[in-house]
Design a protein around this ligand. Structure first.
Ligand code: CP3
Length: 350
């Protein structure tokens, strides 16, 4: 079986065109997803491998995307560690017993993924079996330790991350134990996803850049993410290092690890790639809000991203963050078609 386009681009090989997939490509902007959500809660979908597999393939079948990302969420591993997770309608995730004391942290379990996340591993097996003959890879993912710790401590989504940071500064030894436990659980989970058939892995550090400056990133986050990337070397698949709001210190984020650096839209992609270094692939970086614009504006912004690569190998077209639920379906279709059309014609040296 030949290597999928996405994986060759992630390895910075010359490809016949630029691969494209979108963060949160399976979700509420799709009518077929909303139909399934009428009958199942989000946790029910994640806990049912057959339904998770179906939802994973919906956007791939509809748009002709170059990758599937397994339908799951970054938060279920926290359930397995002993936290109570629910998704309140319209409010996002809620953890009803958040971490507040050093004792709470020492009570957290660190079970193997096969024990607590078996449904997601099974969903990956199902999707990989279905998509491999079509040459489409499945991306596995997990939340990075800081982003997960912030949900575990705040008890939900936060604007200021004040509890998380107060805890980090006040109890540095307990912070270290918490981050180390998260590295163990997430590392095992990501390796198990590769074993189940994921052809690439993405680590989501969604909130680190909103919460932390450079100095705190280096002291309180980087050592753990670095250890995680080192563990993932054994997976033998490309690793994507995703964050947002980290433009100010993107060099340091890139230095932490990952074969592909996923960047947001705050600076032009060419400038970010130069700072990251051309020895890494780059993923991004259309503003998800551009998908709400009329076609001429959206087209302009897509072409502006493509122009930034200057024809270099190793660009994976994506958004800088997830698709908004109010995104018109036809805009995603036109985006995929335009990226394919504009980047076709390169030589394929397979
Ligand atoms: O297609 C895909 O991208 C795969 C599915 C996916 C989901 N969550 C499903 C989901 C992925 C990759 C995630 C990751 C995730 N989850 C992240 C990291 C990526 C990012 O956006 O930064 C984070 C921070 C979460 C936590 C989370 N899950 C929040 C804050 C919310 C509520 C906000 C919202 O968008 O509604 C969720 C719920 C969630 N996870 C939904 C989906 C499709 C929407 C819930 C629903 O269907 O009712």
């Amino acid at each position: 079986m030949s290597t999928p386009l996405l994986i060759r681009a992630m390895r910075r090989e010359r490809t016949e065109r630029t691969p494209v997939w979108l963060m949160r490509q399976a979700g509420r902007f799709l009518p077929e997803y909303r139909k399934i959500r009428e009958r199942h809660s989000i946790l029910e979908i994640i806990d049912r491998p057959d339904v998770a597999a179906e939802v994973t393939m919906q956007p791939v079948d509809r748009f002709g995307l170059d990758a599937a990302i397994i339908f799951a969420d970054i938060l279920p591993p926290l359930r397995g560690m002993g936290l109570e997770l629910s998704f309140a309608e319209g409010e996002g995730p809620v953890i009803s017993n958040p971490l507040r004391t050093t004792r709470d942290i020492d009570m957290l379990a660190a079970p193997p993924a096969a024990e607590i996340l078996g449904t997601t591993l099974e969903a990956i097996r199902l999707v990989a079996r279905e998509l491999e003959p079509r040459g489409i890879p499945v991306i596995g993912f997990a939340g990075a330790p800081f982003t997960l710790a912030s949900y575990a401590i705040e008890g939900g989504t936060s604007r200021s991350f004040s509890r998380t940071k107060a805890f980090m500064y006040t109890e540095p030894a307990a912070w270290k134990r918490l981050m180390t436990k998260l590295v163990t659980v997430q590392g095992d989970f990501l390796l198990a996803q590769a074993e189940a058939g994921a052809s690439a892995l993405q680590l989501f550090d969604s909130w680190v850049g909103t919460a932390l400056g450079l100095a705190d990133y280096i002291r309180f986050v980087q050592p753990y993410n670095r250890r995680l990337f080192e563990m993932l070397g054994r997976a033998g698949v490309p690793i994507v290092n995703f964050s947002t709001g980290t433009t100010a210190y993107i060099e340091e984020v890139a230095r932490t690890g990952g074969d592909v650096i996923s960047v947001d839209w705050r600076l032009p992609l060419g400038e970010l790639w130069k700072r990251i270094g051309y020895d890494r692939a780059i993923q991004g970086n259309l503003d998800p809000a551009a998908l709400l614009a009329p076609w001429p504006e959206l087209k302009y912004q897509i072409e502006a991203v493509l122009a930034q690569t200057a024809g270099r190998e190793g660009h994976i077209f994506n958004l800088g963050h997830g698709v908004f639920p109010e995104t018109p379906v036809e805009n995603v279709q036109r985006l995929v078609e335009l990226v394919h059309e504009r980047t076709s014609g390169g030589e394929d040296h397979e």
